[in-house]
Design a protein around this ligand. Sequence first.
Ligand code: GLU
Length: 345
Amino acid sequence: MGILVPGAGVIGLTARPKAGVVLIGTGGTIAGRGASPVNTSAYDCSVLSIDDILADLPAAASIADISAEQLFQSGSENFGSAQLLQLGKRISSLLKRDDVDGVVVTHGTDTIDETAYFLHLTLKSAKPVVVVGAMRPPSALSSDGPLNLYNAIVVAASPLAHGKGTLVVANDEIHTARDVVKTSTFKQEAFRSPYGPLGYIVEGKPVFYRLPARPHTVESEWSIDEIDVLPEIGIVYAHGGMNDSMVRAMLDSGVKALIYAATGNGNVATSVVASLVDARARGIHVVRGSRTGGGMVIRNAAQPDDHYDWLVTDDQVPHKARILMMLALTGEHNARTLQNAFLTY
Ligand code: GLU
């Protein structure tokens, strides 16, 4: 039983004095160490354990009752379907516990946007899950690691974050996993959402200004508890002077779908069209996206998608379109349900 607090979601009547938050360590720069404090970009990743990181953040104990566990210790560029499934299932089981109010995942920033989007679409809980990383290791001058982690715990412990899906916290900002993309190799201001963050963390308090408009977590059609295998999907990146060799190589690689990161608003060079038509003839789905990083690809505009039986990504960037397409292919599907997934989520 609970009470509904406006803007805060449901809070248990037998509220504990502090929220219970579980930290899951997976590696990345937030667990990195450089040879000197000026090593802000060249350092060893994934060397500090989640216990080491937490020990350097004594202030966190005042926010929540925190427990920590190490799931992986690796750069996120190494994460694939096995890691996504293992992480998602672990979080799902934690969120079912009454003593867990939120989960924080420390994660390399390279693929943080992919992992967060996967969790956003597959976790069946309104409890906050926050994925957090750092652009500078804790050993560096002005590391963003400790404050990012502190802020992530603040958000995970907050009733205000309930029902907002998986969030990525970095650089004082709270992003929805649906929109956020890593946009810099080194700047602390690396994470951007095309429509802006949902809110900020200021003086240790989360402040929300917007809500995710599209369905997620409890409203999404996928559940991590029911998925044990994810299909292989490849991305081909278009460029000027493009030929069909990359698409042709992918046709023999066993992928179930191919995201074509096209130029501009989803244009496909004449030299490539036949290979993508062949892909579809071989049962491989073709999804037209854009390499621009912003704006949508409109069905039947730059290419006759109905005629070719191709799909479009709507506004999703190619690497996150891949995550959505993996999920869309897990259950019963046809061209209409696959296209709807992009237009819905
Ligand atoms: N390559 C590492 C990773 O994604 C480091 C990048 C980072 O965490 O900022 O895990």
